[in-house]
Design a protein around this ligand. Structure first.
Ligand SMILES: [Zn+2]
Length: 415
């Protein structure tokens, strides 16, 4: 508490208040921020870390330090208001880290790089917030999205020890075991170590995927963010993220029922939460894998790829359908697609821009769902059902998502 007050005092010259130090009730935790900072900027390849018990304790300490300085920065910025002197930036924060370390042996025992990078990440998150692409960075809590970042990685810091085992050198900790795969890129400059809610450790190396060359035939494709499927191509192909297995769905349902019955704060509740987190994490892995593969496939098969601009929200598209053609099983579909819609689309577009560098056209998605791709008439009532589109002017009938993909292709300047 002493340190916290002192720290904040340095930044904004405002007396400490006890109640300010208590984290406010956080309703939205900063996963959007995390993904925004680390995933949208650069491609990431993730690998499982397999630390020993002793090493795990040390990794948790790094996480704790990162969380501590991040939360201090959050606290400091909470006082900043329009018209005040600028809130402290990264340079000022680094100076304060030095002071805080001098004042607190616990912090000084940790890695200064971990602590400085946590502030750098915070700076990124703040600028994302100012640019209005992400929400305001919020408090980090123990056990949720724990992680830290290491930069200035040297060539010898990631090494392979056997066919499936590698090692990673972490400052102040030493070598940590890593499940090796051929995808571990050479020339790694930085990495981020995370621990998910299921307790799995992962390392993500920052590496931009290598661009893939197109077929050179001038082939153009329009890709639509489908509501019923994950993506529809103007070629008529419908692509979907592999669905969870039936057994997984059953397990998830059972676990959720158990969670509803478990008492708050009980160890049983903790176990059930971990089980649910594991199932959800598997779903995320599957989606990310699918995005990677789909990106590669499209980049290889087409010279130009037209997509909906993920920054423009498409209000006309939803599982609800239209007034005259309401969707069926709306809630279920919305649930199935929420993940793809929320995170997947932006990530797919980012991957495409990396793999098909300079060959991606982003188009305004408005009315793509209601316009007939054959005659161009915009007709709200052309959606016979969620999946079917039938133009009342020219009689053109097609899958609604494919019709939208054709419109996207058309909007990119290719009829
Ligand atoms: Zn028509």
């Amino acid at each position: 508490m002493l340190l916290r007050s002192g720290w904040r005092g340095i930044g904004c010259g405002r007396p400490a208040k006890a109640e300010v130090c208590r984290p406010p009730a956080v309703t939205h935790w900063c996963l959007p921020t995390l993904s925004g900072v680390f995933v949208s900027l650069i491609g990431m390849s993730r690998f499982r870390l397999q630390p020993t018990l002793a090493r795990e304790q040390l990794l948790l300490e790094h996480c704790g330090h990162a969380r501590f300085v991040w939360n201090l920065a959050v606290e400091q910025h909470a006082h900043w208001q329009l018209g005040r002197k600028a809130a402290p930036g990264f340079t000022e924060h680094c100076r304060q880290v030095t002071q805080a370390r001098a004042a607190n042996p616990w912090l000084a025992a940790g890695s200064v790089m971990v602590q400085q990078q946590a502030l750098k990440d915070f700076g990124h998150a703040m600028s994302n917030f100012v640019r209005r692409t992400h929400r305001r960075p919020t408090w980090r809590r123990r056990g949720q999205s724990e992680g830290f970042r290491i930069v200035s990685v040297k060539p010898g810091d990631v090494r392979r020890v056997s066919r499936k085992v590698g090692e990673l050198r972490v400052p102040k900790i030493g070598w940590v075991r890593l499940r090796w795969s051929p995808a571990v890129a050479e020339g790694v400059k930085s990495y981020r170590v995370t621990r998910d809610r299921a307790g799995r450790w992962q390392v993500a190396f920052a590496a931009v995927p290598e661009p893939i060359s197109g077929p050179g035939t001038g082939a153009t494709v329009g890709v639509d963010r489908g509501v019923v499927v994950s993506a529809a191509l103007s070629t008529g192909e419908l692509l979907s993220v592999p669905a969870p297995r039936d057994s997984e769905k059953v397990r998830l349902r059972k676990s959720q029922r158990k969670l509803a019955r478990a008492q708050r704060g009980s160890s049983r509740r903790g176990e059930v939460k971990i089980a649910i987190a594991k199932l959800k994490a598997r779903e995320t892995d599957r989606r990310k894998g699918w995005i990677g593969k789909t990106g590669t496939r499209l980049a290889r098969a087409f010279d130009m790829i037209a997509v909906e601009d993920p920054k423009i929200s498409n209000m006309t598209r939803s599982a609800k359908g239209t007034v005259n053609a309401p969707g069926q099983r709306v809630r279920q579909k919305a649930g199935l697609n929420r993940g793809m819609l929320a995170n997947g689309w932006g990530l797919l577009v980012t991957r495409l821009e990396q793999k098909a560098a300079g060959r991606v056209i982003k188009v305004d998605p408005r009315f793509t769902g209601q316009r007939c791709s054959a005659c161009g008439v915009v007709d709200r009532e052309a959606r016979e059902s969620q999946a079917a589109f039938r133009c009342r002017s020219c009689g053109f009938a097609r899958n609604a998502d494919v019709n939208a993909a054709l419109n996207i292709r058309c909007a990119a300047g290719h009829a």
